[in-house]
Design a protein around this ligand. Structure first.
Ligand code: SAH
Length: 479
């Protein structure tokens, strides 16, 4: 894995000997009370001046002659002009742009600036640059900077165009209003309600009203809420998301799952959920281990139901993080019923189920034309006290069966499949810990399944896959 600015860089820095293409670090440079020097007086210099004009920096332009726009800035008093280039032009400047239009001259000006310890950007000469200017999406005071280390300017412009269309023009003024109101929010809204307050402002009705042109109504609502000590109660009522954590590897989470983890106030998670998935949650989110796993429920289901409802009633955003897909053998129905009965909004965020991860581990499909046109997801486990399910009843020619929670039932599954006519030499595949670093694949004959699982000391986290190929179709039928 390469170093970079992705989430891995902050949570899990790889060893320093690894290579990287990143040779610059993005920063926001403070310009208040500082000077920015521009050497050059033509259009390229004017372009840089336009960028700096978005800030409150003092601008010094060093050039023999100025093109009309720059001359106008000087006439308005927005920039100073000097005809002579001396080291003083750089001493104390935050940074400098060099755009003389003459590459040879650019290089010597750059050397002069460096000698004065002033970081330089030389237009169109990346090798001479200490600083480069990113593509900007400007929603003052919200600024998105996009860079590619000079590798892909067309791509950065395309990203900029997309962001320009996503971010409404007046978004910045909402952020600016928030900035002005921050002191009164701190004075009137208790600390415990502040996160919910800002979430309501930026994700709830005020944001929608504001970006749809109803700025006055939005501002009035925000101020009323500050006066009342927090966002309206009905707006901050809690919610429950049943989020699929996928089979283990954290890059098999969906973007929506990551979003919910980052919004969550409290996360209830199972044993099968990997630690690295939990790292994606907000740092101050509460994490509660409910320890469910095959055959042993540290927390009884009723208690889980009660506690997720109770937390959501407090107005918290609850994530119930479940391995794989929450809708597959996840007892999601019981949790959804409990939350709905309490009148609390509930949603499912799907995840990658273990059978899909097992197929990926095997590099083979679960269905295949002419071999298997039916996929059965089943389990050998039953509810406490209930008789064991007849989990092989759908197996037959043309099926692939993925057995969940079935390691302890391997002997019975083998006997039942054989009784149904599958040969004892039929190939069976087992994927243990699919997608995790400990992933293991076992391939064996049907009659050796139990022994193979025992030899691998497999206790639980495994999918048993049995493909029963379609019977060869007699020629007479295809004719
Ligand atoms: N909701 C989950 C299934 C939960 S039941 C899903 O959609 O995947 C728990 C069973 O799922 C385990 O007993 C095992 O059979 C299977 N399982 C979950 N994660 C797995 C993994 N990474 N590799 C193999 N099997 C897994």
């Amino acid at each position: 894995m390469r170093r970079g600015f992705g989430p891995t860089a902050t949570t899990d820095p790889p060893p320093p000997e690894k290579e990287t293409d990143v040779k610059s670090f993005p920063l926001f440079f403070r310009t208040s009370g500082r000077r920015v020097t521009i050497v050059g007086g033509d259009e390229q210099a004017a372009q840089k001046a336009r960028l700096i004009l978005k800030t409150d920096a003092e601008i010094l332009i060093v050039a023999d002659r100025l093109e009309p726009e720059l001359a106008g800035l000087v006439a308005e008093g927005r920039a100073r002009h000097s005809r002579r280039l001396t080291p003083d032009a750089f001493a104390g400047s935050a940074f400098a742009f060099v755009a003389t239009g003459c590459p040879g001259l650019d290089a010597s000006v750059q050397a002069l600036a460096r000698a004065a310890r002033c970081p330089v950007n030389v237009v169109d000469q990346p090798a001479l640059c200490d600083v480069t200017t990113p593509a900007l999406v400007d929603r003052d005071p919200v600024v998105v900077a996009i860079g590619s280390e000079g590798t892909a300017p067309v791509l950065t412009r395309e990203i900029k165009t997309r962001l320009e269309t996503i971010l409404p023009q007046n978004l910045g003024s909402l952020a600016a209003l928030a900035g002005r109101l921050r002191p009164s929010v701190e004075a009137r809204v208790p600390r415990a309600r502040r996160r919910a307050f800002w979430a309501w402002v930026f994700k709830g009705a005020p944001r929608t009203d504001w970006t749809q042109g109803r700025e006055r109504a939005a501002a009035a609502d925000i101020k009323a809420a500050i006066g009342a000590g927090g966002a309206p109660r009905d707006a901050v009522s809690g919610s429950v998301s049943l989020v699929g954590a996928g089979p283990g590897a954290r890059d098999l989470l969906t973007l929506r799952a990551v979003e919910r983890l980052q919004e969550a106030d409290v996360i209830f998670y199972d044993r099968l959920v990997d630690a690295e998935v939990l790292e994606l949650a907000r740092r101050d989110a509460e994490r509660v281990f409910v320890g469910k796993h095959v055959g042993a429920h540290s927390w009884p289901q009723d208690r889980i139901n009660d506690v997720i409802v109770a937390e959501a009633r407090k107005g918290r955003r609850v994530v119930r993080l479940k391995s794989g897909d929450p809708a597959v053998f996840g007892r999601a129905g019981e949790e959804i019923d409990a939350v709905r009965r309490a009148g609390i909004p509930v949603e499912i965020v799907p995840g990658i189920t273990a059978a899909s991860a097992a197929a990926a581990a095997l590099g083979a499909p679960l269905t295949e034309r002419g071999v298997s046109d039916t996929l059965v997801l089943t389990t050998g486990m039953a509810r406490d006290g209930a008789p064991l399910p007849d989990c092989t009843r759908h197996a037959g020619p043309g099926t692939t069966t993925a057995f969940y929670m079935s390691v302890g039932q391997a002997g019975r599954i083998r006997d039942d499949l054989q009784a149904q006519g599958l040969g004892s030499a039929a190939p069976v595949q087992v994927v243990i810990d699919a997608s995790k670093p400990s992933q293991q694949v076992l391939q064996c004959r049907l009659d050796a399944l139990e022994q193979a699982l025992a030899d691998a000391s497999c206790t639980g986290c495994a999918i048993i896959l049995v493909t029963w190929p379609e019977a060869t179709v007699p020629l007479a039928r295809t004719a």
